[in-house]
Design a protein around this ligand. Structure first.
Ligand code: NAD
Ligand code: IPM
Ligand code: MN
Length: 365
């Protein structure tokens, strides 16, 4: 197969900017490698609320489901922050993940030598760090019921339910076990089993799955609070970590600072079958939206994950990753990864996308 249909979801804030930069890079890649991506945009988030009063309309869902793969930028913004929950951009994102069955979110945090000084941590702590965070994506306190804000005994009470079924834990443990077996063979499961019943079940099921079906994988367990500390103290101890939805959300943002910027962290959201959604870990960065300051590399690296996981084009994925490293080698830096007096060239989102495209065009096959 040499032609693929891709749904592009630009979303909100810096979303349209990083989407445009990613398109420039992908166009160069297609021309170089001789395959075609038919990129068709669809609505999600605030943009969809403004256009059709629905943060993830049925039409977008159907288009995603009938594509070979989906590339998402980011959603959200102040404008919609006071909307009722079902009319908030975030609800559209959660609906997309749930309805497409994307229960596994892979968030790699790999420290690049070029960006060692962009991290707030010391070089010797982060050198060589390569962590894969496997985050469960369609369960937990995000989707649990009952939920709401009610008046009880004359005062308002807000509540959500942290809940996991055996089946949900089993299938994410298998994804993590599989990845760990193909990488360094180490898996650390993150929970709060000293306090939470849901975590006690999590630990039992993960232990069962890994010891029975992944005998080559060395499994350990860690409480989430300790993990947050260990990620900063000695991140090299981690190979693959597996965690529930909310712990993974928080720990992966933390892990981005090992790499140097949230603007560098890609992710892959995948299910049992059907197209995956490839999305940077970051949000819509409303503080810099419209200023040509956004780093498009997290989305470009997400496109590389799409090529690898959904389109079975590992060579082209590698070309894209190599091109990202090459532009960093050449000294191109968006503001989030620019260090004072580093001798590098400060560029915007547009120029960064063009730089990646130029490197690809100049590649020798
Ligand atoms: P955020 O990730 O948007 O921004 C956090 C900080 O990182 C900001 O200072 C921002 O400027 C910076 N940043 C993020 N991405 C960057 C990039 N590519 N280049 C340079 N700098 C970047 O998180 P937030 O500010 O807490 O949330 C803003 C909005 O985004 C909210 O509405 C939130 O709900 C939404 N959000 C969406 C997603 C998503 O679409 N997957 C993820 C997280 C947050
Ligand atoms: C992310 C975001 C989302 C999440 C929000 C916007 C719903 O923070 O993709 O990491 O919490 O999953
Ligand atoms: Mn997040």
């Amino acid at each position: 197969k040499d032609s693929y249909s891709i749904t592009l979801l630009p979303g909100d804030g810096i979303g349209p900017e990083i989407t445009a930069a990613t398109k420039v890079a992908l166009t160069a890649l297609c021309e170089k490698s001789g395959f075609t991506l038919e990129l068709k945009e669809a609505l999600i988030g605030g943009a969809a609320i403004d256009a059709v009063n629905d943060p993830f309309p049925e039409e977008s869902l159907q288009q995603c489901l009938s594509s070979d793969s989906v590339l998402l930028a980011c959603i959200g913004g102040y404008k919609w922050d006071n909307n009722p929950r079902e009319l908030r951009p975030e609800s559209g994102l959660l609906k997309m993940r749930k309805e497409m069955g994307l229960f596994a979110n892979l968030r790699p945090a790999k420290v690049l030598p070029q960006l060692m000084d962009a991290s707030t941590l010391k070089r010797e702590i982060i050198e060589g760090v390569d962590i894969m965070c496997v985050r469960e994506l369609t369960g937990d306190v995000y989707f649990g019921t009952p939920k709401g804000i009610d008046v009880i005994d004359g005062q308002r009470v807000g509540y959500n339910n942290m809940i996991y079924s055996e089946m949900e834990i089993d299938r994410i443990a298998r994804v993590a076990g599989d990845i760990a077996a193909k990488r360094g063979g180490k898996l650390c499961s993150i929970d709060k089993a000293n306090v939470l019943d849901v975590s006690q079940l999590w630990r039992e099921v993960v232990t069962d799955v890994i010891t029975k079906d992944f005998p080559s994988v060395e499994l350990s367990h860690m409480y989430v609070d300790n993990c947050a500390m260990q990620l900063i103290r000695y991140p090299k101890q981690f190979d693959v970590i597996v965690c529930g939805n909310i712990f993974g959300d928080i720990l992966s943002d933390e892990a981005s600072m090992l790499v140097g910027s949230l603007g560098m962290l890609p992710s892959a959201s995948i299910g049992e079958s059907g197209p995956g959604v490839f999305e940077p870990c970051h949000g819509s960065a409303p503080d810099i939206a419209g200023d040509d300051k956004a780093n498009p590399l997290a989305m470009i690296l997400s496109a590389a994950m799409m090529l690898k996981y959904d389109l079975d084009r590992p060579e082209e994925a590698k070309m894209l990753e190599d091109a990202v490293e090459a532009v960093l080698d050449k000294g191109f830096r968006t503001p989030d990864i620019k260090i004072e007096d580093d001798g590098c060239q400060l560029v915007g989102c547009v120029a960064m996308g063009e730089a990646v495209a130029e490197v690809i065009t100049a590649m020798e096959l």
